[in-house]
Ligand binder design. Structure first.
Ligand SMILES: NC(=O)c1ccc[n+]([C@@H]2O[C@H](COP(=O)([O-])OP(=O)(O)OC[C@H]3O[C@@H](n4cnc5c(N)ncnc54)[C@H](OP(=O)(O)O)[C@@H]3O)[C@@H](O)[C@H]2O)c1
Length: 268
């Protein structure tokens, strides 16, 4: 196949292909598994979690041969055209097409005003705003050829209700939210662009510096009208819905068990 594809190239009749960034584990892995179950061929992207990514791909390839591929890369490659191009080529070489791009990879940690650093700004804006925009731009010709779509994982704290103590993350997610709405206009009518705003769907890992104690977890559950933490599958279900919702673009669906209704901007 020649890259980029010409606009008039026919839409492939093969199983559609979905790329999910940061999908070795947690929400990303749930999206990959749900999409694969629906017949998608999947590209699992990871950076540090290659072991998890490889074993996920192996399990999926056992179910259907040649249906899952792993790409390992630090998404900082978007900072230079010379490093971005080989990444894009790898994505397209995986299956020869791309139908759905899911922006899932992210960094998330508190940033205290008075102690903000340039590195925090760079990392949080890179992963939550710059990567989604530059990847979307680079993959547009391929998505266009398939009349595909982009789905971005946002946050209920991306507008109106900032998460106390997380100013840079909040700002980066707000930028990503505006990207969804702007790209929906700029990429129509060939590529749809939508967002999903999770509430609390997976708690930080227990061995991470963001881990929550039992009391904090109880407080969170008490603040959720549905009285439970969400699941990665709740998000995956919404991704698959948006992937086939051919008249929805520029929309942001909140998947938070009603949590945003009760929040006026608070921390755990
Ligand atoms: N968890 C929640 O309840 C929740 C709530 C609100 C919003 N969200 C949003 O939903 C999405 C998924 O959440 P999550 O908690 O499952 O995500 P996560 O575990 O915090 O991050 C997903 C993956 O992002 C990848 N990543 C981070 N920086 C990267 C870089 N520089 N290059 C390549 N990969 C990088 C990591 O891959 P490696 O491990 O391979 O390095 C990581 O496993 C995120 O966009 C998040 O903001 C989640």
């Amino acid at each position: 196949m020649n890259y980029p594809p010409k606009h008039s190239d026919p839409i492939s009749k093969l199983a559609p292909v979905m790329l999910v960034t940061g999908s070795a584990k947690r929400i990303g892995a749930a999206i990959i598994q749900a999409a694969h179950q629906q017949g998608y061929r999947v590209i699992i992207h990871c950076h540090h979690s290659q072991l998890e990514a490889d074993s996920l791909a192996e399990a999926l390839n056992q179910i259907r041969a040649a249906s899952a591929v792993v790409i390992v890369v630090d998404l900082a490659v978007v900072n230079r055209q010379t490093t971005l191009n080989p990444f894009i080529q790898k994505i397209i070489d995986a299956f020869g097409q791309l139908d759905v791009l899911v922006h899932n990879a992210s960094r998330f940690y508190p940033t205290a005003v008075g102690h903000l650093t340039y590195d925090q700004w760079d990392e949080l804006f890179l992963t939550n705003a710059k990567v989604p925009l530059l990847l979307s731009q680079a993959l547009l010709p391929y998505l266009q050829a398939q009349h595909g779509c982009i789905i971005s994982l946002l946050d209920i704290h991306a507008h109106d209700k900032p998460f106390s103590g997380y100013i840079i993350y909040n700002m980066a997610k707000a930028a990503q939210r505006m990207m969804v709405q702007s790209l929906a206009l700029d990429m129509a009518p060939y590529v749809r662009v939508n967002g999903i705003a999770p509430g609390v769907n997976v708690l930080p890992e227990t061995d991470s510096d963001q881990a929550l104690d039992e009391q904090q977890q109880h407080r969170i559950v008490a603040s959720i009208p549905m009285q439970r933490i969400g699941t990665p599958d709740d998000i995956a279900h919404c991704v698959l819905y948006l992937a086939q919702a051919s008249y929805i673009t520029g929309e942001i669906i909140t998947v938070d068990g009603g949590r945003s209704l009760t929040l006026a901007g608070s921390n755990h």
